[in-house]
Design a protein around this ligand. Sequence first.
Ligand code: PMP
Length: 392
Amino acid sequence: MRRPHPIERLARVQAERAAAGTLRRVRAVQAAEGAWLQIDGRRLLGFASNDYLGLAQHPRLREALWRAASRWGVGATAAHLLGGHRGEHEALEQDLARWTGRDRALLFSTGYMANIGVLAALLDEGDSAVQDKLNHASLIDGARLAGACLRRYVHGDVDSARRQLAADPSKAAVLSTDGVFSMDGDIAPLGALARLCREEGAVLHVDDAHGLGVVGPEGAGCVAQAGLSAGDVPVLMGTLGKALGVAGAFVAGDATMIDGLVQRARSYVYTTAMPPALAAAARVAVEIARFESWRRERLAHLVAHFRHGAAARGLELVPSTTPIQPVLAGSAETAVALSRGLLELGFYVPAIRPPTVPSGKSRLRVTFSVHHGEADVEALLDAISHVRQRLS
Ligand code: PMP
């Protein structure tokens, strides 16, 4: 019998997805300015970016990047442990630790790498990885990489989390949760989860990819907003590619944990450090995110305006107070049809379907940034209503 061929198998998956209309496609963006994108030669108003604070094109970040590139060049040339760790990285780690109220912070090249690195370092085979069902894929993959026993609890349900933790009290346990859930925009019950972890002797790991810069005092994130200390949340992960408008990520915590990650987090050890010029740009982004609170106020205003208008038009939202404001569509087909209809009208709003979200919960993932104005929100709401009517 001929052995299965991995590439032919990929081709089969692709054909199946094409037949089901669920094929994922990459589209090249030809130009981007504020909230506007150009795709296939068409100018579109985008509601898809995670650049919530509008920093990705900020002149001060560009300037910092340019200056640092003039000094250091482009690439870091090596891993952090092998001469790639430049002064810019060190300074950024200190800024991030100060901002999040932690002893130390450790940079990773992406958030995905930070989560798989930290979980594989903290968990041994057979340990308990207790996770919210709606956690980001990188948290799930980190638990799998560790060979841990993945125990998933009902979204946001602390009693369900308690049952999963109690399943094997003899094993070390890390409870991981998104701070702001990436596809729903709601915030995890961090205070109750921290209490649970203390009672059960588990370590709480919060992935605040979408909360950092956006919620909490000085934008310090969900953990700060919940009034929790470094002792309550020993492992805090944040990304630099979303509200901070750059790229990369970090894990913050006490010196023992960070030193341990340097020894054991393979996605830290065996990869090239992020370009130092990006670290320089991220330092400026942290400063703006902390001190320009008008950006968060503007987002809150846009979100309130959107939710009010959506309710008036009978759109089904989820209970989110963050700039992630999904509009539920039900079936994958309806979500795709809505997204296509919006594209025809000049709006870029991606449809999110299974397996990224549970079946029957397909949606438009609407996100806001400070680049949007009230008129943009109104235009989007009218367009969604129009396309919905046409589809029905
Ligand atoms: N965690 C969450 C909750 C995310 O939404 C994302 C990005 N999609 C990541 C981690 C991964 O971050 P990065 O894009 O920096 O790899």
